[in-house]
Design a protein around this ligand. Structure first.
Ligand SMILES: Cc1cc2nc3c(=O)[nH]c(=O)nc-3n(C[C@H](O)[C@H](O)[C@H](O)COP(=O)(O)OP(=O)(O)OC[C@H]3O[C@@H](n4cnc5c(N)ncnc54)[C@H](O)[C@@H]3O)c2cc1C
Ligand SMILES: NC(=O)c1ccc[n+]([C@@H]2O[C@H](COP(=O)([O-])OP(=O)(O)OC[C@H]3O[C@@H](n4cnc5c(N)ncnc54)[C@H](O)[C@@H]3O)[C@@H](O)[C@H]2O)c1
Length: 472
């Protein structure tokens, strides 16, 4: 056994683990990093990066298919699915060096490509290495949750871990799960020429504002995605190319390929957490506000904690624990300023509370203000008038923002700054946006918040009239 002592041991080289390892190593601490599969974790290899690269090809296909509306006639269009997948692989390969073992070693991190498991409260074994560390960070992420459906274990199915490597276009892709993964992949595939069916046990995009989710579902249906809500698979069977799915609605669906996108499961099994006295359940490792586990020497960050499962959240967690583990400074997470976006077309972005949650929390004190994309000149010029922005405001400060429409994921950035710093709506009213940009919708919704105060106010009207009579 190779015995090693470290200031910090990081288990998992995905979005969270890499951010901690690079930050801590560059500040001079001795860091050991373990990774059992690919450097870069889910986001780079099977998640954000390949999905957004695939969506980019699909968006091109859609632009071409709708080009005639813009006076551009295109003929002879063909989708080369294998080339689309080559491009997905190229995008991953372009980003991979940033997350590579070589780069991390050059930063001074000791990297072992092994699976880690606890043998005591501060010792971890990984292959032939026995590591004792002052502090340990668990950043082992999550994997696809495969629901128990009779027949599934004998039926070929895809998950996000296998979909992006597949080079033959599915003729008919049936997706189980209408969350962000299911719907992003549904739209991408219908645009790339597959038939697509989605089965969803409850509401699709069930965590989102209902009206915003409805707009996304309408758009996907208009493009040909067949979406069935409140529909659960009761039995599946068949072979690749000829799969069938029976449902609680007495339907029998036939498809060529099955994709499971039914949520995530934390990667805790291999860790032997009981040996380190770390509490966990099926949703993930339990952490306090400072991301410490029930073992005070051990932190857990990112997807494995079972909270908001996004790359930027794993990165945010990394920043919190660097502060605490290196400098011993108190650090606490918050979630009211964390944005999220689903990259369908139109996109759906959310930060803070949805209208429903804000009503529940603030009742009569809540003001909700909306502005439609159809009132934005750039959206009209580009033919992207579907959608709106909605702000939830309490005493002049936004407590939540929902945007559904073109570039919603970009536009929410401004609101992330506003909510992170507790700015008021008046800060936005004072901002000048370049014309014509879709981003002007943020300024216009802030204007709509003030308009009734200004234009429906008797006192303002009285003062204006009085001043006008006095002016020369
Ligand atoms: C299809 C898809 C699309 C997504 N799109 C987006 C998006 O657009 N935007 C966004 O913000 N998020 C997106 N996500 C979510 C995002 O990928 C995750 O939130 C993020 O990767 C979590 O980072 P992490 O560090 O917690 O875990 P991961 O990135 O999963 O990294 C964990 C690493 O730990 C390793 N590991 C596990 N156990 C051990 C062990 N015992 N020893 C050693 N190594 C171990 C794993 O192999 C893995 O490499 C998407 C996810 C999927 C599946
Ligand atoms: N754009 C992004 O940032 C992005 C994109 C993809 C994924 N992600 C992250 O990955 C996480 C996982 O995504 P996801 O879409 O797999 O999970 P999810 O939990 O958000 O959605 C899964 C959906 O599947 C449904 N479902 C569960 N079991 C089912 C069954 N047996 N039959 C039919 N439907 C079933 C659920 O009701 C739910 O609506 C997301 O929550 C998000 O954090 C983010």
């Amino acid at each position: 056994m190779n015995r090693i002592k470290a200031d910090l041991l990081v288990i998992g080289a995905g979005s969270g683990g890499l951010s901690v390892a690079s930050g801590v190593a560059q500040m001079g601490a001795r860091v050991v990093l373990l990774e059992r599969r690919e450097m870069g974790g889910d986001c780079l290899n099977y998640g954000c990066v390949p999905s957004k690269a695939l969506i980019a090809s699909a968006a091109r296909a859609r632009q071409v298919a709708t080009a005639a509306e813009f006076g551009v006639n295109v003929s002879g269009v063909e989708i080369d699915y294998a080339r689309v997948k080559d491009r997905v692989a190229e995008v991953i390969a372009t980003i991979a060096p940033h997350d590579s073992q070589a780069r991390f070693e050059s930063l001074g991190v000791t990297v072992f490509r092994e699976e880690g498991r606890f043998v005591s409260d501060r010792e971890v074994v990984a292959g032939d290495h026995h590591i004792t560390a002052r502090r340990i960070v668990i950043a082992t992420g999550s994997r696809p949750l495969v629901p128990h459906i009779p027949g599934l274990e004998d039926t070929p199915y895809l998950t996000n871990e296998t979909l992006f490597a597949m080079r033959d276009r599915p003729e008919h892709l049936l997706i189980i799960g209408g969350g962000p993964i299911g719907l992003e992949m549904a739209q991408a595939h219908v645009r790339l020429g597959s038939r697509v069916t989605v089965l969803e046990t409850a509401h699709a995009l069930g965590k989102e504002d209902r009206d915003a989710a409805a707009l996304i579902l309408d758009s996907l249906r208009a493009e040909g995605v067949d979406i069935h809500e409140y529909t659960s698979a009761t039995r599946v069977g068949g072979t690749t190319g000829a799969i069938w799915v029976e449902t609680n609605t007495d339907h029998r669906f036939e498809c060529s390929h099955l994709l499971i996108a039914a949520g995530r499961k934390p990667n805790t099994e291999a860790l032997d957490l009981a040996k380190a006295g770390i509490d966990f359940d099926k949703t993930g490792i339990a952490v306090d506000g400072g991301l410490r586990t029930s073992n005070r020497r051990v932190y857990a960050i990112g997807d494995v904690t079972g909270g908001m499962q996004f790359t930027h959240v794993a990165g945010y967690h990394a920043g919190i624990i660097i502060r605490s583990a290196l400098f011993g400074l108190p650090a606490k997470t918050r979630s009211d300023h964390i944005p999220r976006a689903t990259y369908t077309d139109p996109e759906l972005a959310q930060i803070g509370l949805t209208e429903e949650d804000a009503k529940h929390q603030y009742a009569d004190r809540l003001e909700v203000v909306k502005f439609a994309y159809s009132g934005n000149d750039r959206a009209t010029a580009t033919g992207k008038t579907d959608g709106w922005i909605k702000i939830m405001v309490v005493k002049g400060r936004p407590v939540g923002v929902t945007i559904v429409g073109a570039d919603a994921g970009e536009i929410i950035n401004l609101w992330a700054l506003v909510l992170a710093n507790g700015y008021k709506i008046s800060h936005l009213a004072g901002m000048v946006s370049p014309y014509p940009t879709v981003g002007e919708i943020s300024k216009r919704v802030a204007g709509n918040y003030f308009a009734p105060r200004l234009f429906d106010n008797k006192m303002v009207k009285y003062v204006v009239r009085a001043v006008q009579t006095l002016l020369p």
